[in-house]
Design a protein around this ligand. Structure first.
Ligand SMILES: CCCCC/C=C\C/C=C\CCC/C=C/C(=O)SCCNC(=O)CCNC(=O)[C@H](O)C(C)(C)COP(=O)(O)OP(=O)(O)OC[C@H]1O[C@@H](n2cnc3c(N)ncnc32)[C@H](O)[C@@H]1OP(=O)(O)O
Length: 281
């Protein structure tokens, strides 16, 4: 039986809640009583764009899964065709100067929490997964994807640059040569291509099957000592995690400097327009 808990969206005490949307449930966590595995579902229509509110929610949900003794975490989406469209470009285009700082800080928090999670993690990628969506998926230890979707870090195509820690997640999955080429090209891979280079681990024919396969992966740790497993994972990921912890402030300033360049703003504006035009047609 599933014990489902919808998280309350109470602003964090330290956060500025000016832009918090509290009416919508942006993530849900459901723990399977039998397996003890938590499924964290993103639910921000229309495309699970990672804005400040969704990032804060994700961080809170990952924290909850860490705290509730779940045996593993599966990340997925309530949208039938989109896992996540990546960062919400509206947060970066003509940004509010205080909010954009909170936005990037929240993104750093989510990556540190997910990449550094002590429980086994898997992504059931039930839709397109560009850029920030790919970051979330590659921060997990295992990926199962549905056919006919795309995944990748397409930043260079948008005239922006994936930060070092985006690259770390990518490099933890792909051989360096593949990762370098894909990053430079801003390449999006189809499900089949992603499987063949190892960007994903398995293909499933339905979301249900993807969730099952993720649960099976997490089940492979059933007979492994949980503390030994978690300390091993954390040691393996420590260098990348520590690097961002040490450079958080510089990383934020680098992002702000870069994103506020007139040429970057112009490019983001054009890209947003093209997305809107495409949506209308
Ligand atoms: C030199 C040292 C530098 C150091 C580096 C420092 C800093 C680096 C600076 C910046 C780094 C930022 C890293 C960025 C990461 C990102 O994630 S950027 C986002 C990238 N995402 C995308 O490119 C995806 C764009 N979207 C799509 O391709 C498609 O929408 C889709 C996800 C495939 C879904 O397609 P479909 O189902 O057909 O839906 P529509 O295209 O019709 O979209 C529906 C509406 O949603 C809007 N939308 C889509 N994606 C986004 C988005 N990412 N942000 C905001 N809004 C989005 C779309 O405009 C539609 O809106 P309307 O209905 O028209 O209002």
């Amino acid at each position: 039986m599933m014990r489902s808990k919808v998280l309350s969206l109470v602003p964090r005490a330290t956060g500025v809640c000016r832009h918090m949307s509290t009416a919508t449930k942006l993530t849900t966590v459901a723990v399977d009583d039998k397996t003890g595995i938590a499924t964290l579902t993103m639910n921000r229509p229309p495309v699970n764009g990672l804005n400040l509110d969704l990032l804060r929610d994700l961080n809170q949900s990952i924290g909850e899964v860490e705290g509730n003794k779940s045996r593993g975490l599966i990340l997925t989406s309530s949208n039938p065709t989109i896992f996540s469209a990546g960062l919400d470009i509206l947060e970066m285009y003509k940004p509010d100067k205080d909010r954009i700082r909170e936005f990037w800080t929240a993104l750093q928090d989510v990556w540190l929490a997910l990449y550094g999670s002590s429980v086994p993690t898997a992504a059931a990628i039930n839709g397109h997964s560009p850029a920030g969506g790919c970051l979330l998926a590659t921060s997990c230890e295992y990926r199962v994807m549905l056919p006919k979707f795309t995944i990748g870090l397409n930043e260079t195509k948008l005239g922006i640059v994936a930060p070092k820690w985006f690259m770390s997640s990518f490099l933890s999955v792909l051989p360096r040569r593949e990762a370098e080429r894909a990053l430079n090209q801003g390449r999006m891979f189809t499900t089949e291509e992603a499987l063949s280079i190892g960007l994903i681990d398995e293909v499933a024919i339905s979301k249900e099957q993807a969730l099952d396969k993720c649960a099976q992966f997490i089940g492979t740790f059933a007979k492994v000592n949980p503390l030994a497993r978690s300390l091993t994972k954390q040691q393996l990921r420590a260098v990348e995690l520590q690097q961002l912890e040490n450079e958080r402030a510089q990383d934020l300033e680098r992002f702000l400097f870069f994103v506020n360049q007139p040429s970057v703003q112009k490019g983001l504006g054009i890209y947003l327009e093209s997305l809107k035009k495409k949506a209308k047609n």
